[in-house]
Structures are given as structure tokens and as C-alpha cells.
Design a protein around this ligand. Structure first.
Ligand SMILES: Cc1cc2nc3c(=O)[nH]c(=O)nc-3n(C[C@H](O)[C@H](O)[C@H](O)COP(=O)(O)O)c2cc1C
Length: 386
């Protein structure tokens, strides 16, 4: 039997993935002062135990003011490295490629956690000891009325921002991550430069597409130069804004070509978030696999591997996307929360031999195999003692 596409290994630079499944970055809003903790280790660790090929640490702030909320993970100081290194080591020891998304929230920084309102911080948050902080963006325009008005980054601000990305990248490498991803999606800092609806600059970093891409590309160049040459670099994009006059999939193809020319290995094709929800374009229809067409288009027209994400729920759906050549890696986010063992279950669903539970960690597989024999006996003879 030919190996299902989902379980064909993939090598990117010096890094090999055991299969094409990924857990995308998912903020847990549970860090203290940017420090990853036991929650993050267990949350991510179980996906490695569950057979995923690559597991991403959530959006990790390159500087403190780049956090979305007070609960975001950060990597703006050396003190942040040891707990992240522990996570990276655990993921690798359990067969997954440890990956980290580097991020700056821009004008979407200084927010409430989703379950605290998902809006700008209020007096009640301040009374509880969580103060708002000043935010930065491409232009001095708030996300929506009532949100903090960001300061537009000037030349010096852009230079120190690139330095923050550089040192964060060095720390991510030191922590042992094998893949880094630059977050340029969902309305955060780099997306605020890309989208004509957020970038109103009239200097070299605004205006036409080339001008709006300039700062994000400078950041990617900085990260690529600091990231070891044998380790792959991903970039997450919002493939479309889904808003009249906004960023389009044609823009994404142009951006992806420029990223490829700068040594980016994979484009992670999300969408939306310029305003409102960060998980998808507000106005785009959200069917199963609704962002796959973006991964397909970027892959075909920019000529580099893509990661598909968004309402990909089961193994046959994932397998079909790969078999049709629409993406190279399949990311499963909320469904992985629902089933951390999604990848090993997918292996069985796609017909990989599972005698002896070879896909499972032996700590589980040894027992499951023995239980299986008992279950088989019970099922073949439902009432052995009459
Ligand atoms: C709780 C949660 C946190 C998220 N945090 C991030 C994040 O840190 N960075 C990011 O790029 N996307 C983030 N996302 C978006 C996911 O990576 C993913 O693109 C989205 O959930 C759609 O995939 P799914 O339908 O498989 O969940 C988050 C989504 C959820 C549900």
C-alpha cells in the first residue's frame, strides 16, 4: 500500500518532519510576565505524544508591548528562554519538530483575554491590576473606534523593532526550536503595514504594494539572517482581508514570491483579522477547509510549499488536500484541542498498519495493544462464561 500523503515525511532544509500534520500556534493567554509555564508544556506536549509532525508554540511576543494580552508568552529577555527550551526539548524527544511563532501584536496589543471580553482593556481590568500599555502600528489609526490609538513607527522605531525581532530569533534558536514562523497575519504589526486599510503612510514604507511590503520584508530578512541556515522559516499570512479595498490573494502571491526570494521555506495561509476576529476573515464564508484555496493558489503561483489551516477536521479531508497538491502541510488547531491524538487516529483512519500500535508512544501503545487482544477476544465471544 502506498503511504498516505499525510504520513509521507517532509524535509525542509536540515529538518525532517515525520509526517505532514501540524498544530498551529494557539495563544493560551496563560503566561505570567511572558513566561511559558507548565500549562504550555502539557498543552503542547500532548500533541507531540499524539503523533503530530510539527507543533507550534503560540504567538510569542518579541517585545513586551507586542503582547496581545497580559497572558501572552514572550521572548523579549533571556529569562524567557529556559521554559521555552524545556518545551522544545520535550516536543523533540517525543518525535515532533518543535516550532515557535514570533509575533508582535501592533495595534491589537493591550487587549483583554478572549474570555474577559476580547476588547480593549477597561477600567475594570486596570482595577484588577492589569494596566493598558501604549501600542504601535504602521499608522496612528485605531483598530476600531474606542480602541487605543497606536503610535506610528518612525525610522528609529522601525530600527529598534527589527532589533527586537533579531534578538528574539537568536533566543528562539538557543531554546532549541527547529522551525520559526514570522507572524505577519491577523491584523498584528506586520499585517498593519501590508494592508492598505491599515497602512496610511506616505513614506517609503507605505503607498503601493512594494512600499507596504517593505517593513515586513525587512523584518523577515532580519529574522532569516539570525535564524540558523539549516532551520526552516515559515511566514503566516492573512491571505485576504475579506474587506472591500483590502489585501487580496493576488497581493499574497506577490508577497509570497518576495518571501521566497528571502529564504522563506513555507507560507502558512490563514486569512482575515485586520479588524475583529483573529481566526478568519470576517466577511469570508467559513466552510470546511475554507482557507485551502489560498494555500493552493500561493503554492501554485509563488512556487513554494504551503501550510493549509482552518476547519480541517478529519483525516480523509486532510489527505485529499495533499493528494490534490493544494498544500504541503496540514494544520489542525481546535480539532487538536478536541482530540490531541488526532494524528495517530488519522494514521489508523488512512489505513496505516496499526498492529502493535506503532504510531503511539510505547508508554501507551504497549497497553493499548494488549487491551486490543482482550477486546478482540471479548468481541468474538461476547459471553465466554455463559
Ligand atoms: C485559542 C486560539 C488561539 C490562537 N492563537 C493564534 C496565534 O497565537 N497565532 C496565530 O497565528 N493564530 C492563532 N490562532 C488561529 C489558529 O492558529 C488557526 O489558524 C485557527 O484556529 C483556524 O484553524 P482551526 O479551524 O483548525 O482551529 C488561534 C486560534 C485559537 C482557537
Amino acid at each position: 500500500m502506498a503511504l498516505p500523503h499525510l504520513f509521507r515525511p517532509l524535509t525542509l532544509r536540515g529538518v525532517s518532519l515525520r509526517n505532514r500534520t501540524a498544530v498551529p500556534p494557539m495563544c493560551q493567554y496563560t503566561a505570567v510576565d511572558g513566561m511559558a509555564g507548565d500549562w504550555h508544556l502539557v498543552h503542547l506536549g500532548k500533541f507531540a505524544q499524539g503523533g503530530f509532525g510539527i507543533v507550534f508554540v503560540e504567538a510569542t511576543a518579541v517585545e513586551a508591548r507586542g503582547r496581545i494580552t497580559h497572558g501572552d508568552v514572550g521572548i523579549w529577555s533571556d529569562a524567557h528562554v529556559p521554559p521555552l527550551a524545556r518545551i522544545a526539548a520535550f516536543l523533540a524527544a517525543n518525535g515532533a519538530v518543535p516550532a515557535i511563532q514570533l509575533a508582535h501584536a501592533g495595534r491589537k496589543a493591550s487587549m483583554q483575554r478572549p474570555w474577559q471580553g476580547n476588547g480593549p482593556m477597561t477600567g475594570a481590568d486596570q482595577a484588577g491590576g492589569e494596566l493598558a500599555w501604549p501600542v504601535v502600528a504602521a499608522s496612528a489609526e485605531p483598530l476600531e473606534p474606542g480602541w487605543l490609538v497606536p503610535e506610528a513607527l518612525d525610522r528609529a522605531g522601525m530600527a529598534s523593532m527589527r532589533e527586537a525581532w533579531r534578538t528574539a530569533t537568536l533566543r528562539a534558536a538557543e531554546a532549541g526550536f527547529a522551525v520559526a514562523e514570522v507572524h505577519s497575519a491577523h491584523g498584528y504589526l506586520l499585517h498593519s503595514f501590508l494592508s492598505p486599510l491599515a497602512n496610511r503612510r506616505n513614506d517609503a514604507h507605505g503607498g503601493d504594494l512594494a512600499g507596504r511590503m517593505r517593513f515586513p520584508l525587512e523584518v523577515v530578512e532580519t529574522v532569516r539572517a539570525a535564524w540558523p541556515a539549516d532551520r526552516p522559516l515559515f511566514v503566516r499570512i492573512s491571505s485576504v482581508d475579506g474587506i472591500e479595498g483590502g489585501w487580496t490573494v493576488e497581493d499574497s502571491v506577490v508577497y509570497a514570491r518576495e518571501l521566497k526570494a528571502r529564504g522563506v521555506d513555507v507560507i502558512d495561509c490563514s486569512s482575515g483579522g485586520l479588524t475583529g476576529s483573529a481566526t478568519a476573515a470576517r466577511n469570508a464564508p467559513r466552510g470546511l477547509g475554507f482557507q485551502v484555496p489560498y494555500a493552493e493558489r500561493v503554492r501554485a503561483e509563488a512556487g513554494l510549499p504551503t501550510m493549509a489551516v482552518g476547519l480541517i477536521l478529519d483525516a480523509p479531508q486532510a489527505e485529499q488536500i495533499l493528494a490534490e497538491g493544494r498544500a504541503d502541510i496540514i494544520a489542525v488547531g481546535r480539532e487538536a484541542m478536541n482530540d490531541p491524538n488526532w494524528a495517530v487516529h488519522a494514521a489508523r483512519a488512512l489505513g496505516l498498519p496499526d498492529e502493535g500500535f506503532p504510531q503511539w508512544p510505547q508508554q501507551y501503545g504497549w497497553w493499548l495493544e494488549r487491551r486490543q487482544r482482550v477486546l478482540d477476544r471479548i468481541r468474538s465471544n461476547p459471553s465466554p462464561s455463559g
